[in-house]
Design a protein around this ligand. Structure first.
Ligand code: DC
Length: 226
């Protein structure tokens, strides 16, 4: 039986790592929708440099071919026009320019089409901002993951430190506030909790507690549907 689990939430809420671990444990596929927006941004940044926002991306998406693989070790490989861009799309330059592309209606329709095609017949977990509201409004499982701004900032700082990068917590905190504002206020596909989504505030939960909770929510749907 095919099951779609839509997991939405703001930047730094831990969606990606929680979803990857849950998908591995349950033998499901995982799709990182944010990585697709990142790969599109990279394509236009490489094509037009800093003037990329002077071009309408919607008419040029024919030149963008994206593939994504959920690897057996729980990582995700994103390919752009035959090249592995998994690490390039995490660059700070992408985060600075992505808003222009993720706000664009044509880009969003393109990404939504890809997500629906990739979902195919597989049981999948997809994370993003508008998965349970726009992309899969009929998803059997909908979860909205959240955490306080302070908690999300401190998680991001830890993540950077783990990669050997030294960052200022205050500036990370401000970036999170700015991204929350942008994500919640875009005209199409804004970040919003679906009425029927299970709300999980993970501020005081450990990583494994969140994974266990998500697994329980998914399992209860599978049993319910049998
Ligand atoms: O999840 P992430 O931080 O990698 O997402 C990158 C950007 O893409 C983020 O600024 C919001 C946007 N995004 C979106 O608009 N809709 C989605 N479904 C997923 C991400």
């Amino acid at each position: 039986m095919r099951l779609v689990a839509a997991v939405d939430g703001p930047a730094g809420s831990g969606k990606s790592s929680v979803c990857r671990k849950t998908a591995l444990d349950l033998g499901m596929q995982y799709i990182d929708s944010g990585a697709i927006y990142r790969a599109i941004t990279l394509y236009f940044l490489e094509k037009y440099g800093d003037s990329c926002s002077e071009h309408d991306p919607a008419g040029e998406l024919g030149g963008v071919h994206i593939l994504q693989y959920f690897m057996p070790d729980g990582s995700v490989t994103t390919m752009l026009n035959g090249r592995d861009v998994s690490s390039d799309i995490r660059d700070e330059r992408i985060s600075r320019s992505i808003g222009f592309f993720s706000d664009n209606r044509g880009v969003r329709e393109y990404v939504n089409g890809l997500l629906r095609k990739w979902a195919g017949e597989n049981s999948i977990i997809i994370d993003g901002r508008d998965i349970g509201t726009v992309v899969f409004p009929d998803a059997a499982v909908k979860v909205y993951l959240d955490a306080s701004v302070d908690e999300r900032a401190s998680r991001r700082v830890k993540e950077y430190k783990g990669q050997g990068k030294n960052v200022d917590e205050n500036s990370i905190r401000n970036q999170i506030i700015q991204r929350d504002f942008n994500d919640s206020n875009r005209e199409f596909g804004a970040l919003k909790r679906a009425d029927d989504a299970v709300f999980l505030d993970t501020s005081s939960m450990s990583f494994s507690e969140v994974v266990e909770k998500l697994k329980q929510i998914i399992d209860s749907q599978v049993i319910h549907k049998k």
